[in-house]
Design a protein. Structure first.
Length: 127
């Protein structure tokens, strides 16, 4: 699965949302799976500097994950900055699911999103 979502980011003048996800300013990717699986979420991200390098991320109605310290122009799995930078996995049942991203720091933008099975051994959003 891969979503091309160029231009997902914030408008000039938007206030940062450092302590909690904002009520508005979110992107959502809906998908279905045909059998139970465990996934990681990969994303291609533009993060211009260390002060503008983070998103909030969640799968389905799960807890929001603070994804901070993103490397500029990177394709990497989402990591949990509040858990030592660990890469979270999500156990999903058959059926419909969604991934939601919300802005945290202004200037960070999403290029592509790629949820993958944890058994995949490649970087999914690189060409």
């Amino acid at each position: 699965m891969q979503l091309v979502a160029s231009g997902v980011g914030t408008q000039p003048g938007t206030a940062e949302s450092l302590n909690a996800p904002p009520a508005h300013g979110r992107a959502r990717y809906d998908f279905r799976i045909v059998g139970p699986t465990t996934i990681k979420v990969w994303a291609e991200v533009f993060a211009p500097n260390p002060d503008n390098d983070s998103f909030w991320v969640r799968v389905d109605q799960g807890s929001w994950i603070k994804w901070n310290n993103i490397e500029n122009f990177s394709c990497l799995p989402v990591h949990n900055s509040d858990a030592g930078g660990s890469v979270p996995t999500f156990s999903l049942t058959t059926g419909s699911h969604f991934i939601e991203l919300a802005y945290r720091e202004i200037g960070t933008s999403l290029g592509r999103l790629a949820p993958t099975s944890v058994t995949v051994d490649f970087t999914p959003c690189e060409d």
